[in-house]
Design a protein around this ligand. Structure first.
Ligand code: GCW
Length: 672
């Protein structure tokens, strides 16, 4: 369980390849990622081939696996073999039979290269290769929503591996194990506490505590970041204000930042959720969000740190009667006027959709509205609205709908994935963060299969063009071995899982029909409307959907550049799967598929539940091909999902049958 995709399980006999006869790791100091790489190579080759190789820091290059930075290699062997340019964190991998060169631009890159070589071996891939690879973007972060009492916000895999009882835990074994997993997928920083931050996060004791986490991370090349409470100058510092332009407030943050860097010289940066869902922020003092972000940016710039400032800023909307009110408009309304006012070490971190990690959303139009500001994409590996790790939902196909979306800024190709890397608008910084709620559970996320999402996130953050199914195949081989049936079955289940979940939990762009008041889990369509959260469906007896057009609705579609705005403005050109996101239509409205909206609801819910039901037999067919413990564990979850998808189906089809009064053509729902 805890090894996840780093099992180094023995390959079956017959898998033979020339192996290096020793390992040379060009730095042997304990906190060095290169040293870690040497040990990892030793451990991996021992596990996969049962062969024990010695590790030293010098030796003959031929028939060795040499790992280090380009600079260390030059020092040891005279010249560099690297033929392509390496960027920060990039590496060069050269496998020629038993002679292997793994050279990083920095030590972290060298460790990535070692994991890459081991991943090839573990998957039985013994090809000779020679290439350089560089990250798509410098920021490849994880956001943990761990609280100091040890709970995790939207945590579905047990309590925190970092905190308990108001402080950092003394045994950080799990933190180090987590860092190992993350460095193998090339994540470079973890923000360890919830964005709804406790002001005690930056107390002197806690800085010492998180300093120990940073120590546990360091040899894996993972840096530590912290979420801040904007009101800390008042709550912790005893000041009468937290106004970002106040001299004492500025001094407070300068001082805190210096204390942090004193304990954690490689501290990554701050994450800030301000003026959002009740958190304090600059708007309290009539300052701008840019004033708020730049406060931290200026404090941290001398140390080389960065500020991730979240775009998830919105006011509650009490009045559903107002046809023009729309929470989806908030981010662009708040941030677009500030474009160009953020310091260079600020990155505005944008959730993929305009609302909140829903099963399907159009990409946030903010990606098309910040041309002079660094941006990062925020994803959620934690399946908050997506079945909470009790449902199998492989997320990369959902992420792809965002990444590959062309926003057509200035009528030119503007794929979201090229915006977030900084490439499209020539920004110096960019990247991504994913909310991940690993906990003390031995499976990390509470479910073995959910780990494919974490694995895929790291792979994508390095290269946003990767194919969802290819990533899944790698993950499956590393997690369950090379059996072809296992590979095909896990792929079939996973690739069908997001469409199935969308079918029974909110289709045609309804965003979600989960209970949104408390649990975010399970059908509760009546909680969507008449609440202050603005996640309205506006369902009534004749129709459903939010009218977000410029001509007659909230105007949201006009936040996109003209070509995209025009597409979403008209029912005729809006794709079926986003129809109810953009338009209020009658239940009898015909879709492009030829079905009516209401008939699509009925059919989709039956289809989705049936697919989830079939997962059980598919998984059962793997009995004996997967070890009993993991087999039973997954089977239990698939059984739950099969049952729960029927609960979903019946709750939703009956709800819409009651409100529309329209029977199901197939006679499954309502009365003819
Ligand atoms: O999805 C919502 C969650 C909140 C979360 C918030 C956010 C941490 O339900 O629990 O707060 O988003 O992203 O800030």
């Amino acid at each position: 369980g805890r090894q996840a995709w780093l099992r180094y399980a023995p390959l079956s006999p017959g898998h033979n390849t020339p192996l290096p006869s020793s390992i040379i790791a060009l730095n042997s100091s304990a906190s060095s990622p290169v040293n870690t790489a040497g040990q990892e190579l030793q451990k991996g080759i021992q596990g996969i081939f049962g062969r024990h190789l010695g590790v030293s820091n010098t030796g003959k290059e031929a028939s060795s696996a040499v790992v280090g930075t380009v600079e260390q290699f030059q020092k040891a062997f005279g010249s560099s073999p690297v033929k392509d340019a390496l960027e920060e964190d990039g590496f060069w991998l050269n496998v020629k039979g038993s002679t292997v060169q793994i050279l990083g631009q920095n030590e972290r890159g060298a460790l990535y290269g070692a994991f890459e070589y081991l991943s090839m071996l573990a998957q039985g891939n013994f090809s000779n290769v020679e290439y350089a690879t560089n990250p798509a973007a410098p920021v490849r972060w994880i956001n943990s929503w761990d609280n100091m009492d040890g709970s995790i916000t939207r945590g579905f895999g047990g309590n925190s591996i970092f905190f308990a009882d108001g402080q950092v835990v003394s045994d950080l074994t799990r933190a180090a194990e987590y860092a190992r997993l993350l460095s193998s997928i090339r994540i470079n920083a973890v923000v360890v506490n919830d964005v709804n931050a406790d002001f005690r996060t930056i107390s002197p004791e806690n800085i010492q505590g998180v300093g120990r986490i940073a120590d546990a991370f360091r040899s894996y090349g993972i840096q530590l970041g912290l979420s801040l409470d904007f009101a800390s100058p008042m709550e912790l510092g005893g000041l009468g204000t937290y106004d970002p332009l106040d001299a004492e407030v500025i001094a407070f943050w300068d001082n805190i930042t210096a204390q942090i860097y004193d304990r954690i010289p490689d501290f990554a940066g701050y994450l800030v959720k301000a003026d959002s869902e009740g958190t304090p922020g600059p708007l309290v003092y009539n300052r701008t969000l840019a004033d708020g972000a730049n406060l931290f940016a200026k404090a941290i710039a001398p140390f080389g740190g960065i500020v991730m400032y979240r775009a998830f800023v919105y006011n509650q909307l009490p009045d559903e009667g107002d046809w023009k009110a729309d929470r989806a408009n908030a981010a662009v309304n708040f941030f677009h006027p500030l474009d160009g006012q953020f310091d260079d070490n600020v990155i505005v971190q944008v959730k993929y959709g305009p609302i909140d990690f829903q099963v399907r959303e159009p990409p946030s139009p903010l990606f098309a509205n910040l041309l002079e500001t660094n941006v990062a994409l925020e994803l959620q590996v934690a399946q908050e609205y997506l079945g909470q790790q009790c449902h199998l939902v492989y997320l990369p196909p959902l992420w792809r709908t965002i990444l590959d979306f062309d926003l057509r800024v200035q009528n030119q190709s503007s794929l979201v994935r090229n915006v977030i890397t900084g490439e499209r608008f020539k920004r110096p910084l960019g990247g991504s963060a994913a909310v991940v709620n690993v906990g003390l559970n031995d499976t990390w996320l509470g479910s073995h299969l959910a780990m494919s999402n974490l694995y895929a996130y790291g792979r994508l953050a390095w290269d946003w063009t990767l194919d969802s199914e290819d990533i899944l195949h790698d993950w499956t081989r590393l997690t369950f071995g090379l059996d072809k049936t296992v590979l095909d079955t896990v792929a079939q289940m996973s690739m069908a899982s997001w469409p199935a979940y969308e079918n029974y939990s909110g289709n045609l762009g309804e965003q979600t029909l989960n209970d949104i008041l408390y649990t975010h889990f399970g059908p509760n369509p009546q909680t969507l409307d008449n609440t202050v959260w603005g996640q309205w469906t506006r369902a009534d007896h004749t129709g459903i959907g939010m009218d977000r057009t410029v001509s007659n609705g909230t105007g949201f579609s006009g936040q996109y550049p003209p070509e995209v705005a025009a597409m979403f403005e008209a029912v005729a050109t809006t794709p079926d799967d986003l129809l109810l996101w953009f338009h209020h239509v009658n239940y009898t409205q015909k879709l492009k598929s030829g079905k009516t909206v209401i008939q699509h609801f009925y059919d989709a819910h039956y289809d989705g539940a049936e697919t989830a039901h079939n997962f059980v037999a598919m998984w059962e067919s793997l009995k004996g091909k997967v070890d009993d413990e993991r087999f039973e564990d997954v089977l239990f979850r698939q059984g739950f999902q099969a049952g729960h998808s029927i609960v979903w189906r019946d709750a939703i089809v009956n709800f819409y049958n009651n409100i529309s009064g329209i029977p199901d053509d197939a006679g499954r729902v309502g009365h003819h």
